[in-house]
Ligand binder design. Structure first.
Ligand code: NAP
Length: 210
């Protein structure tokens, strides 16, 4: 499949592009700045320009699947969280509906399925993620939502814990998050499913495979 990576220049997004490139799929990196183009072109990866604040329709031509890994980050205000993490994600979902995209994998966050229980300063972020996730569930798209714990820059281990609900907190390397998202693209049991994700003891390539 030709897979549009939204947030391709991000720390998870860059891992996603590389994992897709090494898979049977073909990545298309969506970035919002021309300075970010050469690093992908040097790898032989197609690039499209797109800003979630604006019209992103042109990024979707010829796309079969979308991996959404964008986010406004922890250093912006609550307004940007709503504009990017919620409304930007919803815009990406609407475009996917319009273009008949076959698969949509959302990078969400642990706690987004019960935002009211989150810590006070974090709740607006969890609600923004929650609204985007709920929109995706109701979209009719063939979706999977991945809700990781705290992300680290450690190298991936390929050992994860993935379940509809994990009753613990923890961390997971960004590389393992990326690999999980790419892996789940082709796993039928992940379709129309939402999963918490942490480092763990399950071998990534065997999760949900039987
Ligand atoms: P990151 O490095 O900040 O990547 C976010 C990406 O989103 C960047 O490439 C950024 O583009 C892009 N982006 C921001 N605004 C955009 C816009 N208007 N249009 C298009 N793209 C835009 O974050 P990360 O570490 O990869 O994490 C990805 C996501 O995981 C986070 O946003 C968060 O929602 C989620 N998450 C994080 C944690 C955690 O512990 N940090 C835990 C669970 C889930 P630029 O490169 O141009 O800035």
């Amino acid at each position: 499949m030709r897979v549009l990576v939204i947030g391709a220049n991000g720390k998870v997004g860059q891992h996603i592009v590389k994992k897709l490139y090494d898979s049977e799929h073909e990545p298309v990196a969506m970035v919002r700045d021309t300075d970010q183009v050469p690093q992908f072109e040097e790898l032989g990866v197609s690039v499209v320009l797109g800003d979630l604040d604006k019209d992103i329709e042109s990024a979707y031509y010829g796309i079969d699947a979308v991996l959404f890994a964008a986010g406004s980050g922890p250093h912006t205000g609550a307004d940007k969280t709503v504009i990017i993490d919620q409304e930007g994600a919803i815009k990406a979902i609407k475009q996917a509906q319009q273009f008949g995209v076959k698969r949509f994998i959302m990078l969400s966050t642990m706690g987004a399925n019960h935002p009211e229980s989150g810590p006070e300063g974090f709740r607006h972020y969890l609600f923004a993620k929650h609204r985007a996730d709920e929109y995706l569930k109701d979209s009719g798209l063939n979706y999977t939502i991945v809700r990781p714990g705290i992300l680290t820059n450690e190298p991936g281990t390929g050992k994860i814990s993935l379940a509809e609900q994990l009753d613990e907190n923890g961390t997971v390397p960004r590389e393992d998050v990326a690999e999980t998202m790419v892996y789940l693209l082709s796993v039928p049991r992940a379709e129309h499913g939402s999963f918490d994700l942490l480092s763990g003891q399950q071998q990534l390539g065997e999760v949900l495979s039987y």
